[in-house]
Ligand binder design. Structure first.
Ligand code: PBG
Ligand code: ZN
Length: 327
């Protein structure tokens, strides 16, 4: 006879792999994941990003084959970042019908029509100063930027994009893009808003991939202070009012509380961006043999979903989908 007496024994539900599977609350699936791609001009280019092992800048032809692979692995969507040949003070390539992203959208939609193609909608990859908007002196001119973002969104829609994702943290960007899309006859194109985007050191490696390090200053006059939570709720509420169909929190790991807070308060779908620095840390530790990459990645993705994310933008998407297929 045991000397203690109790009826609740949680370990009963952990005894075998089968009961653990039955008792599992969160299930990851490839369709939870969105793969980011960096598109460069040229052909047959696959230029590795040194701070993001496994990630490369791709020419359009190469991006098309990765898109096909993503679809075959069960992913439903990708998000495109364009790196144009020529950058200027206004980010003109972002609104050019022959711009790098517009061409990529057309090619990918033609090759893999059902794959959901999202276009990151911001000026920092297109401006020569690499700020997320046009400048007035050394300041980002919010309202002048809105006009260009609206034009960019319309031009992506005309190229056949499935969803636009404004990421520049300009005030009123969702309203401006919604209005521009509606007026141009694209009322059916949804907006995934990077509603809550912090000024984060975790974007470091992305700036190698997208070649968008600001030529002076930083992004703190438009991206949020990592210390602020109330402000995140305010940003999210404003974007929902302005017509955001989908909200995003970025980065992920250091902001799980924000994800949960948004999940509990807003009834639109929610995405999280598992950003470049989070990816690079896992890759670096795994390369040293210090962590088990597969287990760490799956645990992290599970954590995002548990915290409330419906969708996870992650550079691990292809690997994770492969691991899920094997499991
Ligand atoms: C730019 C943009 C950034 C990322 C996505 N869009 C970088 C930044 O704001 O500096 C970061 C993504 C990542 O780090 O993986 N609007
Ligand atoms: Zn930007």
């Amino acid at each position: 006879m045991s000397s203690v007496s109790f009826v609740q024994r949680p370990r009963r539900l952990r005894r075998t792999p089968t009961i653990r599977r039955l008792a599992r609350e969160i299930r990851l699936s490839p369709e939870d994941l969105i793969l980011p791609l960096f598109i460069v001009p040229g052909e047959k280019i696959r230029r590795p990003v040194s701070s993001m092992p496994g990630v490369a800048q791709l020419s359009i032809d190469m991006a098309v084959s990765v898109a096909r692979e993503a679809w075959d692995l069960g992913l439903c969507g990708i998000i495109l970042f364009g790196i144009p040949k020529i950058k200027d003070s206004l980010g003109s390539d972002a609104v050019d019908p022959q711009g790098i992203v517009q061409q990529a959208i057309r090619a990918i939609k033609q090759a893999v029509p059902e794959l959901w193609v999202i276009a990151d909608t911001c000026l920092c990859e297109y401006t020569d100063h690499a700020h997320c908007g046009v400048l007035q002196g050394e300041e980002v001119d919010n309202d002048a930027t809105l006009k260009i973002l609206g034009q960019a969104a319309v031009s992506y829609a005309e190229a056949g994009v499935d969803m636009v994702a404004p990421s520049g943290m300009m005030d009123g960007m969702v309203a401006a893009i919604r209005q521009a899309l509606d007026q141009a006859g694209h009322a059916q194109v949804p907006i995934l808003s990077y509603a809550v985007k912090y000024a984060s050191a975790y974007y470091g490696p992305f700036r190698d991939a997208a070649e968008n390090t600001p030529s002076f200053g930083d992004r703190r006059s438009y991206q949020m202070d990592p210390a602020n939570r109330r402000e995140a709720l305010r940003e999210a509420a404003l974007d929902v009012e302005q017509g955001a169909d989908w909200l995003m929190v970025k980065p992920g790991l250091a902001y799980m509380d924000i994800l949960r807070a948004l999940r509990d308060r807003f009834h639109v779908p929610l995405a999280v961006y598992n950003v470049s620095g989070e990816y690079a840390m896992v890759k670096a530790a795994a390369a040293q043999g210090w962590i088990d990459e597969q287990r760490v990645v799956m645990e992290t993705l599970t954590g995002f979903k548990r915290a409330g994310a419906d969708l996870i933008l992650t550079y691990h998407a292809l690997d994770a989908a492969r691991w899920m297929a094997q499991a």
